[in-house]
Design a binder for this molecule. Structure first.
Ligand code: ATP
Ligand code: MG
Length: 619
């Protein structure tokens, strides 16, 4: 391919509104173009990488007998109402109505009514396809003999993200591989789960990026068991903790925090008495304990300070598809810990846990925020297990400018709900799984996720099969996603230097950047054209920079920015000595050889690159 014909505009300057490296480099390298917030066109170079990654995904899934199909991106509300998610999915689901519904709205308006337009929405853009695939399978599969079945698609998804950003990493429109499997029973669904887990390891391993499978929270989609696959990169939005002694690796949302002994057990337990001490202006939670002063104490260690959260919990009404209820609860943790609302949500089996609005909390407690505490409050209160056995704690006194001293959770709470693991684990915590190692922290970009779904969708949507006795059962399901476009961006987040991208060979838009350094020179052009043909005939992908009127320096800069693994330079200076030059983008190693040796030398360089990739083993 001649670069003079390629649709590409490279930029020297970093675009102002690009916040992460992949976004900056993809824009500078002319790979993507924004159409609207979080909505991008994939220009030819980016699309080549995306398609290469898709092919890797297809090849590996084919090895496990998965079948590819393609579902619509515009989905009818009825299917989403059947599963209940029309109500519960939230504002990421872009809902709208078609012309028939619009005509009805217009007609009602004509009659002087003021209909609520939202109640006429009858379609949405698909953010994920559990409903559609379940509908397909319930209509096409009847017998246990047809199961198991694993179906996937590679398709454009739309999620109206609250904060679309980071280019392809968090778009509103993006490409996802989503797969769904159907089984006669749990053990078979488990078998498929691990088959997909291993397929994902092969897929990300082939990509040549460092990644980790991590235990994860199952989130709003529901389900019992799940792993996320993360590409490790400093810019990742997710925090991952990994034990340095055992295999345990998990998303911090779900990482088990060890129980901690209360350090000051030698002190006498104070009886419960209203023991308020004045703390005007003490807002930072950690300062509470230090601010406590009496005849014996001149401040307390920070693990004597507790903090308290009032929370609104939203739950689905049991066995009803539509309808939810809200309840107010409290959470107490050590002041120097961070709360983990995901753990709390899972403990409660709730849909969502959110902070109560400040005004509401202040009114309930009769004190300003910063001085709100759990003692005397008549709501169910959950306590983090690091406070098990703790006493003489400080907490807000429900009186502005005062804290309470002498708090002992299991004794003093009106509606004590027990000690549970409800805090964020931290780097350096002892791993509770093996009891030996300590947690190390990583940042990761979630590029894929495997879920065991169970019967959530098959039950609500009546997706059943008949067993060998003719009895009807709901199918057991799994679902498996890969963010195709996010993965390509994540590969860049992990592989770049000051000059540009360092493409992993398997998804480089082209493998070889052939630079004609003297396009005006007929001999150079002849050699460059011949080398291009020979390399292409040998199966290599070549972008030939034949552009005229550009200095070699400008071509080098563009080549570094585009970052294809190998750069082959043909110029009059080299040809005078009878040689061309091959440069490895990552190692910067250079070899010179006769133009006739190009195919063999490029093949040798490719083998070195692939060996290094294999040695890295995707870890
Ligand atoms: P996130 O937590 O990052 O919002 P998610 O867990 O909601 O993602 P899934 O429903 O698991 O996403 O979707 C499968 C995959 O699709 C994700 O692992 C991710 O790689 C990709 N993906 C999800 N949301 C986006 C997005 N807004 N832009 C690009 N890729 C996305
Ligand atoms: Mg996910």
């Amino acid at each position: 391919m001649k670069q003079s014909r390629l649709l590409i505009q490279t930029l020297r300057e970093t675009p102002r509104d690009a916040d992460v490296v992949s976004q900056q480099l993809m824009i500078r390298a002319g790979m993507i173009q924004k159409a609207a917030a979080g909505i991008y066109s994939y220009l030819p170079l980016a699309y080549r990488s995306i398609r290469k990654f898709e092919e890797i995904v297809r090849e590996e899934l084919a090895r496990d007998g998965c079948q590819e199909l393609l579902m619509p991106s515009v989905l009818p509300a009825e299917l989403w109402q059947e599963s209940g998610r029309w109500t519960f999915y939230g504002d990421e689901l872009l809902r709208f109505c078609d012309r028939k519904a619009k005509a009805e709205i217009a007609e009602r308006r004509g009659r002087g009514e003021t209909p609520d337009e939202r109640s006429f929405y009858n379609f949405c853009l698909g953010p994920t396809h559990e409903e559609v695939i379940t509908d397909i399978v319930r209509k096409n599969v009847r017998s246990y003999k047809q199961l198991p079945m694993n179906l996937f698609q590679i398709q454009t998804k739309f999620r109206d993200e609250r904060r679309p950003r980071f280019g392809l990493m968090r778009g509103r429109e993006f490409t996802m591989k989503d797969g769904y499997s159907f089984h006669v029973d749990d053990p078979d669904a488990d078998r498929e789960y691990w088959a997909m887990f291993n397929a994902y390891k092969r897929i990300f391993g082939r990509l040549g990026v460092k990644f980790r499978p991590v235990e994860a929270d199952s989130g709003a989609i529901g389900g019992s068991f799940t792993h996320e696959f993360h590409v490790l990169a400093g810019s990742g939005e997710d925090a991952i903790l990994s034990c340095d002694a055992c295999e345990y690796t998990s998303n911090i949302e779900k990482t088990e925090a060890p129980a901690l002994p209360f350090a000051y057990a030698q002190e006498a337990v104070l009886p419960l008495k209203p023991s308020h001490f004045a703390t005007p202006g003490v807002i930072a939670m950690e300062d509470q304990a230090r601010a406590f002063k009496d005849a014996e104490h001149d401040g307390l260690p920070p693990d004597h300070a507790s903090k308290f959260y009032l929370l609104d919990v939203t739950s689905r009404i049991q066995d009803e598809v539509v309808g939810e209820s809200t309840q107010r609860i409290g959470l107490v943790i050590r002041a120097d810990h961070e709360p983990n609302f995901v753990k709390l949500r899972n403990l409660l089996g709730a849909e969502a846990v959110e902070l109560t609005a400040i005004e509401v909390a202040e009114e309930m407690a009769g004190a300003k925020s910063g001085f709100i505490g759990p003692v005397e409050l008549n709501v169910p209160i959950y306590v983090d297990r690091s406070l098990e056995g703790a006493f003489n704690l400080t907490c807000g006194a429900n009186r502005t400018d005062y804290h309470h001293f002498g708090f002992k959770p299991d004794r003093d709470l009106k509606q004590f709900q027990g000690f549970h693991d409800l805090r964020m684990a931290q780097e350096g915590d002892t791993c509770p799984r093996c009891g030996k190692g300590r947690y190390q922290a990583f940042r990761g970009i979630e590029v894929g996720q495997v879920f065991k779904l169970g019967t959530k969708y098959s039950k609500s949507m009546g997706c059943t099969f008949l067993d060998d006795q003719g009895r009807e059962h709901p199918m057991v399901m799994g679902c498996y996603g890969i963010g195709i476009t996010r993965t390509v961006a994540a590969a860049i987040e992990q592989n770049y230097d000051a000059d540009g991208i360092l493409w992993p060979w398997p998804i480089a838009p082209y493998q070889i950047h052939l630079l004609n350094l003297d396009p005006g020179n007929a001999e150079v052009a002849t050699v460059a054209d011949r080398v291009e043909r020979e390399l292409e005939a040998a199966g290599f992908e070549v972008l030939h920079d034949d552009r005229e009127g550009l200095s070699p320096g400008a071509k080098f800069k563009d080549a570094d920015l585009l970052g294809f693994p190998l750069r082959l330079m043909v110029g009059s200076k080299g040809l005078k000595d009878g040689v061309v030059e091959l440069r490895d983008r990552r190692t910067k190693a250079v070899v010179k050889f006769k133009p006739e040796g190009a195919v063999a030398e490029v093949a040798a360089a490719r083998n070195r690159i692939l060996e290094a990739l294999e040695a890295a083993g995707g870890r």
